[in-house]
Design a protein around this ligand. Sequence first.
Ligand SMILES: Nc1ncnc2c1ncn2[C@@H]1O[C@H](COP(=O)(O)OP(=O)(O)OP(=O)(O)O)[C@@H](O)[C@H]1O
Ligand SMILES: [Mg+2]
Length: 282
Amino acid sequence: MKTPKRLEPLVQNGLVDEVLRQLMSGKEAVVYVVRCGDDVRCAKVYKEANQRSFKQNAAYQEGRKVRGSRDARAMEKGSRYGRKMAEEVWQTAEVDALHRLAAAGVRVPQPYNCFEGVLLMELVTDAAGHAAPRLNDVVLSPEVALKFHAMLIKQVVLMLCAGVIHGDLSEYNILVDADGPVIIDLPQAVDAAGNNSAFSMLERDVGNLATYFGQFAPELLNTDYAFEIWSHYEKGELHPDVVLTGRARRSEKKADVRGLMREIDSVKEEELNRRRFQLEED
Ligand SMILES: Nc1ncnc2c1ncn2[C@@H]1O[C@H](COP(=O)(O)OP(=O)(O)OP(=O)(O)O)[C@@H](O)[C@H]1O
Ligand SMILES: [Mg+2]
């Protein structure tokens, strides 16, 4: 196909030899299949800031490292230079997260380069070599749903061991290759240690997995892995082979409620006894 304007710098630079086709136009980016020498790769072209949606809101940015205090101040002020810096931080956030996660053994596409607002990465493919489907586009047996869910909980743990929370994990940002789920779309990835919303983001990511796979294996709807994972993380005891039960906190809460009811009953009883005693005395 004719080289799209945003990919021209990569062709001129020799990073890309040919643009084969457009794969997808998402909310945040347009994704192309490109040829780099003998390899077929994926090029994600980020849309301009004003065309992007929720992912850039402050809750996600908190705790992100910016090069120097001058840049940080400029970004806070929102000057032209500051906006340019913010744009650069956004565009490199995904490639940084991919490098970090690939090194930690998370199943993500191999990143190659980020140049002029374009991320070059491995094209995730299915067994036939075609671009892999999204998890949302495949029908699962209960057994496979349980297996994929367990694999993804393990990936979430590996990510958090590397200090990262996806922040937008769902059936739309997971592809399925011949070996199972591969996690994509990470420009909003959250720095777990420096972000006050980290736990609620983890809870939402893990909750999305339970809800999605719960359609195929309803027993997953009662699991609660987020709290358990986070407790290990906070104590500094999270490691890739941690054993998790997925037991819902709700059952503990119910026990608490029962305990509270008993407490109330005993207070009531005491009060009744006191009154009875008073009546007898009168
Ligand atoms: N490495 C990859 N290999 C194969 N397909 C990919 C790859 N990266 C992205 N895609 C395809 O492009 C789509 C959009 O990618 P991505 O989710 O990263 O961008 P996005 O603009 O944030 O999308 P959305 O806003 O719709 O979530 C994916 O759903 C997937 O189908
Ligand atoms: Mg996406």
